[in-house]
Design a protein around this ligand. Sequence first.
Ligand code: GLU
Length: 436
Amino acid sequence: MISVSQFVSALRSTGLWTSDPRLRDCMRHLRQSMRESAGTVMVDQKLFRKCVGANILLLTQAFRRKLIIPDFEVFASNMDQLYYSTQRQEGGHVADYIPQLAKFSPNLWGVSLCTVDGQRHSAGDTKVPFCLQSCVKPLEYAIAVHEIGTEHVHRYVGKEPSGLKFNQLSLNDEDKPHNPMVNAGAIVISSLLKVRGFLGVPVILKATVCICIQSFQSEKETGDRNFAIGYYLKEKKCFPENADMIAALDFYFQLCSIEVTCESGSVMAATLANGGICPITGERVLSAEAVRNTLSLMHSCGMYDFSGQFAFHVGLPAKSGVSGAVLLVVPNVMGIMCWSPPLDRVGNSVRGIHFCQNKSVVNLMFAAYSGDVSALRRFALSAVDMEEKDYDSRTGLHVASAEGEPTYFGGIILFSHITCTSPYCSHCNSSVSALV
Ligand code: GLU
């Protein structure tokens, strides 16, 4: 016999949520038996079989630690560490060209992730709705390729980074927008979708989406630059025949105004990580080809004028937007949606960028914690800053000596030239002197 709460907490430790659509039947049976017995329910073998029957494959994989992230609790706590270390990151300015963006507090900060097996984790303000803004561009492009095909879409749009601002009035040598991640490209793709009969807001990734009408109206009212781009594209005959330029712009503004939360955005990112199949419904919503194209273009053009550096330092496909969102894809592993409104000089979320670049400190701390001396040596040899601190100003020395096992003192030796600066530290110095 096990209690329902035991079962649910064991399930959560695998990273699966009870709201997972794949577990609907299982949860329905559990709820029903709880209602019937009006109190704490002990699940016996018969009830257990009934509950898990329809989901036996997924649950077996989860409990046998066969999902893509086997030890999800450790992974989630690493993620939380990254979240908290990034929270302290100050600076940047919240976009204020429309009131719907200006209203957000600079302190808002959320990260949600969803793996290709539908394991999920969230930290911070992950239920607050915000507009996708430019993060919609890869989704729009993916849908266009899925519906219309690569060849047709790229008759109208290039594939090369522009080296210019995202809203520049500029075309490539063939008089096409440089790529789908800049405004000109996204507006032309809007017209392709419109001509194909997508009326108004489409069903993006087959999810139910809301559009923020106020944002849409404000985008339209303040959209002189986008109207200028629209007229320039029209003059240069960039639109398909029968296209209505104003309708295409309207559609583009609607797309920018689609509201998501970190939680829902992470499932969209995970669909891209999973080759076009939504991890929590199992439905194919994009072709593999559409996803491959999209990830390539996110990789080379997704982060405004920081795209090259982001590709160099992080090496993962990502797209950011003026709302402070960063949609990050770890192909075949997971999708992440980060959101924090303050933006840096080029328009990327300050915390979003920090979070994406911040993996070395977690790896370092984890190696120190688990006494993985060979990993520590590797970090030292590859010029990782061994004095990097976590969100509590603890160095690897602190973690190795305060949290590691005594047998892990090899780790401490590697750190022994470092002084720990953590205000919470009463361990490192004594441990090191004991060792010496
Ligand atoms: N609505 C904005 C524009 O088209 C999107 C800006 C962005 O997120 O890059 O200018």
